[in-house]
Design a protein around this ligand. Structure first.
Ligand code: ZZB
Length: 260
């Protein structure tokens, strides 16, 4: 599985995260939250960045001036992919719990929200997939739309400011069957009421992937008017050239046979 790992630069830390990292990295060092995505062409539509509130993250050193917030598992994988200055080893500067990072303001490359987006909690983030950090594109990802809807509805319960979950959802991909806001359309059509409707969300995701990838036309950015299929590698290359993303591979999940 080859992902695009995107660098979301921290602009302003949430108070608890600021406390946790205090004195642990050099003054002026850059810190990035690094979500892994399979849909780089949707990055225009980012409205927030998700972490699992109960998951453990680390602040890992990339080089003297740059650090990533990801799971330790992802850091170990990255250490063998030429991503850190020291090959094969990881250096953790601080530990962070997801809930401490919530509220942090980050710059999301290509997002139409140039002022930055907030880190928000998502209960369904898997620690065993990608980097444990997920960028949110509610226009095209049903899971993301269901989660931001829930967060805005119960902002106090989730300990966030309502407006953090209510950034405008701009149309970025036009599709023949589901219009230009594919995820909200499918969430409504399949009567998905919350992020707990996992079965319908799985189905919505399948439908959104197929329609978006094979039929979608990009509506914004440098590749406006092009098919998603052709624009996708171009957007990815552009992010790589700008130093805003890099390739990250997940090792194959080996099936261990009982006989050994
Ligand atoms: C942005 C995005 C935009 C995504 C979209 C999807 C869609 P898959 O196919 O199941 O492997 N993701 C990445 N890491 C995690 C994690 N640890 N826990 C939960 N979700 C995670 O899913 C790959 C997608 O799952 C990734 O691509 C990421 O969300 C999310 F418009 O990034 B995506 C129809 C889907 N649309």
């Amino acid at each position: 599985q080859e992902y695009t790992a995107l660098k979301l630069k921290v602009l302003e830390w949430a108070p608890k995260a600021a406390e946790a990292i205090k004195g642990k990295i050099p003054d002026g060092a850059n810190v990035f939250l690094v979500p892994a995505t399979l849909r780089p062409e949707t990055m225009y539509g980012q409205t927030c960045c998700f972490v699992g509130p109960k998951l453990n993250y680390g602040l890992f050193k990339v080089d003297d001036n740059n650090y990533f917030v990801i799971t330790e598992r992802a850091a170990r994988n990255m250490a063998y992919q030429g991503i850190f200055s020291k090959e094969g080893s990881i250096e953790k500067a601080a530990d962070l719990v997801g809930s401490d990072i919530v509220g942090t303001l980050v710059n999301a490359p290509l997002s139409l929200h140039k002022e930055g987006v907030r880190v928000l909690p998502m209960e369904t983030v898997l620690p065993t997939k990608g980097t444990g950090v997920v960028t949110s594109v509610p226009s095209d990802s049903p899971d993301d739309f269901a989660t931001v809807t829930e967060l805005a509805k119960k902002a106090d319960y989730y300990g966030i400011k309502k407006e953090w979950a209510e950034l405008e959802i701009y149309p970025i991909i036009e599709t023949p069957s589901y219009g230009d806001l594919c995820a909200p359309f499918l969430v409504k059509k399949l009567k998905i009421a919350s992020p707990k409707d996992t079965k319908q969300l799985e189905e919505a995701k399948e439908l959104a992937y197929k329609e978006g990838f094979y039929q979608g036309i990009i509506k914004v950015g440098d590749f406006k008017g092009e098919k998603v299929e052709t624009a996708k590698p171009k957007v990815r290359a552009q992010l790589f050239e700008a130093g805003e993303a890099f390739a990250y591979s997940e090792p194959e999940r080996k099936v261990v046979s009982r006989s050994g």
